[in-house]
Ligand binder design. Structure first.
Ligand SMILES: [Zn+2]
Length: 376
């Protein structure tokens, strides 16, 4: 694996990092304001701004009008001074997204390319990703790394897929991918990546259950603002909690798992082949679509009710269908859960998460951005 990652020690330096951080968090800020907020002398701030400008991490962005009549230069962070790449591997697709230093997707693509556990697959994956990086038209030195979100439970060191029933990816290692990529890379359980993205965009989260309502359901527990690491595997296994004993057969081999009732794929059929079409029909008042939805919400309410009973914290709904959910859906879900238990809170406890089509890829890329940003 090529090690093209640049040292970030330049902005980890104390004052330089503090000036960079304040500029990053402020959006636009003047030299005087930086000096005031950080209690630094103007010459010190000037020197730091000069260094940051020379390394293209910040740039000038207009001027502020001051009451004295003298205009002061506004500084802002160069959002794509560094970018990180996130990928999502599913049964039939590879999605690739590039995110900037603010976690925003700046470019994305997808390939219909079914997963097969074979050297050819990893080679083609590498071609797709390296080719995508070239289309960004930026120096490879500015690409921090590639996060690979995969369906499967990882070993504690994240080097190996321990369980990958859905994808058939058990036993796959990071080096299978790394040997074909021009950049540093890491593996992440896809739902964990989505939960990481949720934390990034809602940093006020303390404790929550993150439930990904995608083609396959998944979940992660967020504790103290961080995704909970399990004892054996990383990430949660909400999808295989038993919802109805002896219920529908699950791909894991058991029966009645949450996954078999609450995965969004149960909404699809020949009549409703895509989520877009299904929700369009549902919102247009189609009776069949409504019947499926009512049933789906009732199963989801049982599952979410149990999770809430155990953890007594907010539930955040994310995943592929989250963009189609309405406040009314959330109201119905909460009402159903309150009807099941006298312990369900009167206040709102379910909310719609961050809406981003490439939330898995975005979350997989974010650790590189976190690592790059100064820690003080
Ligand atoms: Zn199962």
């Amino acid at each position: 694996m090529a090690t093209k990652k640049k040292s970030v020690s330049d902005i980890q330096d104390n004052n330089l990092g503090r000036v960079y951080n304040l500029t990053y968090k402020s959006g636009r800020i003047s030299r005087t304001e930086i000096a005031r907020q950080l209690n630094l002398s103007l010459p010190t701030v000037s020197e730091n701004l000069k260094q940051l400008e020379q390394t293209h991490l910040i740039e000038r962005n207009g001027v502020f009008q001051s009451t004295g009549g003298r205009k002061s230069i506004a500084y802002t962070c160069v959002s794509n001074a560094r970018v990180a790449i996130g990928t999502q591997i599913s049964e039939h697709h590879i999605r690739i997204a590039a995110i900037d230093l603010f976690g925003r997707v700046i470019k994305r693509t997808s390939h219909e390319y079914p997963y097969v556990k074979s050297p050819e697959y990893y080679q083609q994956f590498g071609r797709f990703v390296n080719g995508f990086c070239q289309t960004l038209n930026i120096s490879s030195q500015r690409i921090l790394g590639v996060g690979i979100a995969i369906k499967g439970l990882l070993s504690h060191d994240s080097m190996t897929v321990m369980q990958g029933v859905r994808l058939g990816s058990a036993g796959v290692t990071l080096s299978d991918f790394a040997s074909h990529l021009d950049y540093p890379c890491h593996l992440v359980h896809d739902v964990e990546a989505a939960a990481e993205a949720e934390i990034w965009f809602s940093p006020q989260i303390v404790d929550a259950v993150y439930v990904s309502l995608s083609y396959d359901l998944g979940g992660a527990l967020i504790l103290q603002g961080q995704v909970h690491r399990g004892k054996e595997y990383r990430g949660g296994l909400l999808e295989h909690m038993c919802l109805y004993p002896n219920g529908r057969k699950c791909y894991c081999g058991n029966s009645g798992c949450v996954s078999t009732y609450c995965s969004a794929r149960v909404l699809l059929s020949e009549e409703f082949p895509t989520f877009e079409y299904y929700f369009q029909r549902l919102r247009d008042g189609d009776g069949k679509a409504a019947e499926i939805w009512t049933q789906y919400l009732s199963h989801l309410a049982v599952a979410l009710g149990s999770m809430h009973m155990l953890l007594d914290c907010d539930i955040i709904l994310g995943g592929s269908i989250v963009g189609f959910l309405t406040i009314e859906d959330i109201r119905i879900l909460q009402k159903l859960i309150r009807g099941q238990s006298i312990f369900a809170p009167a206040s709102d406890f379910i909310r719609i998460g961050h809406i981003e089509a490439d939330v898995f890829a975005c979350g997989a890329a974010l650790p590189y951005i976190r690592e790059f940003l100064p820690k003080h």
